[in-house]
Design a protein around this ligand. Structure first.
Ligand SMILES: [Zn+2]
Length: 104
């Protein structure tokens, strides 16, 4: 299954919470099982699938980033993409940075 067609984990958790209430089962076992599954899925998923935006304040050829979570960071050479950085080391969010013309 391609990621393109996958629902976000928190969307599935939300749907399960609704189903846990809406499903009619005489003994309530189905409701309890779905509710507990939603809780377990939430425990196992990433904190909140957060994105951390890094703003590139390029200065004298060096990329100095201000992070959305209130920190700053720079690479000795290159950019977020050039260094293949994927996650913010401060908050764990997925890094989303502005694409630079000389991105390498
Ligand atoms: Zn961050």
């Amino acid at each position: 299954m391609s990621d393109k067609y996958r629902s976000a984990t928190k969307t599935i958790i939300g749907a399960m919470r609704i189903l846990a209430v809406d499903i009619i089962s005489d003994d309530g076992v189905a409701n309890a099982a779905i509710s507990e599954s939603a809780d377990r899925l939430e425990e196992l998923s990433l904190p909140d699938e957060r994105i951390c935006k890094w703003t590139d304040n390029i200065n004298s050829g060096r990329h100095n980033y201000s992070t959305e979570c209130g920190n700053s960071f720079y690479f000795e050479i290159g950019t977020v993409k050039g260094n293949r950085a994927k996650f913010c080391m401060f908050c764990g969010g997925e890094i989303e940075s502005e694409r630079q013309a000389d991105d390498s």
